[in-house]
Ligand binder design. Structure first.
Ligand code: MLT
Length: 273
């Protein structure tokens, strides 16, 4: 379905019925990241899967901030009729957005899944690299960012077909969406102070070969978030949900079951594409 947010048209898939799980992808990916997880969970959960503004099938804006992406999530949830707290799952930049969402909409978060992400803000050299990438994308389009990312996204065992598929998806992102997201990531606040404020059940998951947000930063988040659990998944890189869909699906399903969310009679149970 399409959802209008302050004049921007966002794409959002909604599948299944039951307690609500919101999935937030990373940069410069799309909701397709969550396809295996949604296939597994949609018989028991209502899965809400937006494409962030300027990525996948969502229209972009010339600039965006983490606050914009977080507010977009609130509008998406309103538009699909979910005003109560949801389980929010974010990968990488999706995690950065969820930290902001948690700060702004604490009452709408029932539990968090932080996958292949980090709380710390950018170092000056990372900010400088992002500025160079913004200039390159403005000159040559999204494929420059896609080619730079593809080298880092996957663990050593990822099949060539999976790499090709994601190179294509990332290259198709509108260049305006890619540059806006790069700037938003460079400007994002340090979320480490937020970790001590997180008082909802939290699962942290990371691929053992993730070089973008390595296991070490997940161990730090694990220590800083009260009661959080940590899963380091053998064989996966940064793209855990598509590299090891079985392992990720099992971990997620177990976490959701432990939450004992029960049936939410107010939840819709339709599938919308
Ligand atoms: C992502 O996967 O969302 C990005 O690589 C994160 C980042 O560049 O900080």
């Amino acid at each position: 379905m399409k959802i209008k947010v302050a004049g921007v048209e966002l794409h959002c898939d909604v599948a299944g019925g039951g307690p609500v799980v919101l999935f937030v992808h990373g940069f410069p990916l799309s909701g397709r990241l969550w396809e295996p997880a949604v296939r597994r969970l949609s018989s028991a959960y209502r899965c809400i899967v937006p494409d962030l503004r300027g990525m996948g099938r969502s229209r972009g804006t010339a600039t965006a901030t983490m606050q914009d992406y977080a507010e977009d999530l609130a509008v998406v949830l309103d538009a699909v009729g979910e005003t109560g707290p949801v389980v929010a799952v974010g990968l990488s930049m999706g995690g950065y957005v969820l930290f902001e969402f948690f700060r702004r909409h604490r009452g709408r978060v029932r539990a968090l899944v932080l996958a292949d992400t980090q709380a710390v803000d950018d170092k000056p050299e990372t900010r400088a690299r992002r500025q160079e990438m913004i200039a390159a994308v403005r000159q040559r389009g999204s494929s420059v960012a896609a080619e730079a990312m593809i080298e880092k996204l996957f663990g050593p065992d990822a099949p060539a077909g999976l790499r090709r598929e994601w190179l294509e998806i990332m290259s198709a992102s509108p260049s305006e969406g890619v540059t806006a997201a790069l700037q938003a990531m460079a400007d994002r606040p340090d979320s480490r102070p937020t970790l001590a404020e997180i008082d909802v059940p939290t699962l942290i998951a990371v691929g053992e070969h993730d070089t973008i947000t390595p296991p070490g930063v997940h161990r730090e988040m694990h220590e800083a978030i009260r009661g959080a659990s940590l899963e380091i998944v053998p064989g996966a890189g940064h793209m855990l949900p598509v590299e090891k869909p079985e392992a990720f699906g099992e971990i997620l399903e177990r976490f959701l079951a432990e939450l004992e969310l029960g049936d939410d009679p107010l939840s819709n149970s339709n599938t919308v594409k």
